[in-house]
Design a protein around this ligand. Structure first.
Ligand code: HAM
Length: 413
């Protein structure tokens, strides 16, 4: 017996119904905000991903040599591929360029609930603008996509890497020490952070001040030095738009550092507290990759939603996705009526109705049971008595009510 590879999943029809439903909602919300869909290849040259992150990322992704000896990788995310595509072919397009995608990604993660080796991201990249209103719109879009999927309870946190690095500078923290400190901040291991900073000679008062700032959730309380004044103003404007115009509840969280190496300035994350460990549904922010790929300098920002986690969160909250149904299931009551049944099926299918016809030549009891199992709304029973009257019996599968309808009238259904 074979099993699907570790960290991958098969999706039965009832799961695909949900996934397509959610995909439609997401696609629609992106379009409502003026984004247009793109698609890039599932695999890229390995360098697309190592360029910024270095070879260390190879341990976390699926990379391989093809038969021509090229180093390739299955994409672990879509931002780097989209920027590769932009620099290669889309640089001349009018700005801002609002691009979205829904695609599968591959990471050599340790699988657990909500964490897979193959998963889907729904994301977007906004190229050519990073005004506060642009960033606020981007964040509002991410938030509203999750709400439109049916999620009720999500937490939106916004951080700023420029402000964070000014804090590091103020405390005189070296690049080497930053490498140790950043993961501790990311995981909010503040006790360990305290000890580490003490060991590298930061004074107690300064550590406490730093931790206070990291835990601060209200931007108006942030101590502002000349160096970060402009950035704080921009962040304040973003909060202003989100709260006052978009009516979105959001908090500042300077401990957001984001795992990927290309971010700068404003970053954000959206979580579903109900999911526990793997609760991060969305991450994004302003980043710099275009010059690295050889393109002309242009601002860029974006986000990606973990599609699978978003569905998991909505279901855990109790959201009921609509189940798929078919309009009619046609049952010929004798083999001589099979052709007539197919004819009727075609009349209805040509009208765009969802129609299935019994192909198993089984008795009415079993056929009706099957019709129930595929959520047929109505069944059409075709027997010799009905045919004598040029009619069929239509049975409502919810109420059990039956009525005789002339075949001629089926065209008007
Ligand atoms: P990321 O935070 O690495 O950002 O991934 C975005 C989302 O993908 C996460 O918040 C999470 O919901 C989902 N995700 C990540 N890994 C897994 C996994 N192993 N299984 C299931 N879901 C997962 C990015 O990828 C950036 N490219 C986002 C971005 C776009 N930034 C700017 N533009």
């Amino acid at each position: 017996m074979f099993e699907a590879p570790r960290g991958t999943r098969d999706f039965p029809p009832w799961e695909m119904d949900k996934r397509r439903y959610v995909e439609d909602k997401i696609r629609n919300t992106f379009k409502i905000y003026g984004y247009r869909e793109i698609q890039t290849p599932t695999f890229e040259h390995l360098q697309v991903f190592t360029l910024k992150s270095g070879d260390a990322i190879i341990d976390e992704i699926y990379s391989f040599k093809d038969k021509g000896g090229r180093d390739l990788a299955l994409r672990p995310e879509l931002t780097a591929p989209v920027i590769r595509f932009y620099v290669e072919k889309l640089q001349m397009e009018p700005k801002p360029l609002k691009l979205f995608y829904i695609g599968n990604c591959f990471r050599y993660d340790r699988p657990q609930k909500g964490r897979y080796r193959e998963f889907t991201q729904a994301g977007c990249e906004l190229i050519g603008v990073d005004t506060p209103e642009a960033i606020a719109e981007l964040i509002a879009l991410a938030y509203n996509i999750l709400r439109n999927i049916g999620l009720k309870n999500v937490d939106l946190h916004i951080g700023d890497l420029t402000i964070l690095s000014t804090l590091f500078k103020k405390l005189g923290i070296s690049d080497e020490n930053k490498k140790e400190i950043i993961p501790l901040i990311d995981k909010e291991k503040f006790d360990e952070l305290y000890l580490f900073m003490q060991n590298i000679g930061v004074s107690k008062d300064e550590i406490e001040w730093f931790l206070d700032v990291l835990k601060m959730d209200d931007i108006s309380k942030l101590p502002v030095s000349d160096e970060i004044e402009e950035e704080v103003e921009r962040l304040k404007d973003v909060f202003g738009f989100l709260r006052d115009i978009y009516s979105i509840d959001c908090k500042m969280k300077l401990s957001i550092v984001r795992g990927l190496d290309y971010y700068k300035d404003i970053v954000f994350e959206i979580e579903a507290p109900i999911l526990g460990a793997e609760k991060q549904l969305c991450g994004g922010g302003i980043y710099e990759l275009i010059p690295l790929f050889g393109g002309r300098e242009a601002p860029s920002a974006g986000f990606a939603i973990g599609f699978d986690r978003a569905i998991l969160a909505a279901e855990t909250e109790g959201y009921r996705f609509p189940i798929s149904t078919i309009d009619y299931y046609i049952i010929p009551l004798s083999t001589s009526l099979i052709s007539k049944s197919i004819e009727i099926a075609q009349i209805l299918r040509n009208k765009g109705l969802l129609v299935d016809v019994d192909l198993m030549r089984r008795g009415i009891g079993k056929a009706l049971k099957y019709a129930g199992s595929i959520n047929a709304k109505q069944t059409i029973l075709l027997g010799p008595d009905e045919l004598d009257k040029n009619a069929v019996t239509i049975r409502d599968m919810v109420t059990g009510e039956q009525k005789l309808v002339l075949i001629e009238e089926l065209k008007n259904l």
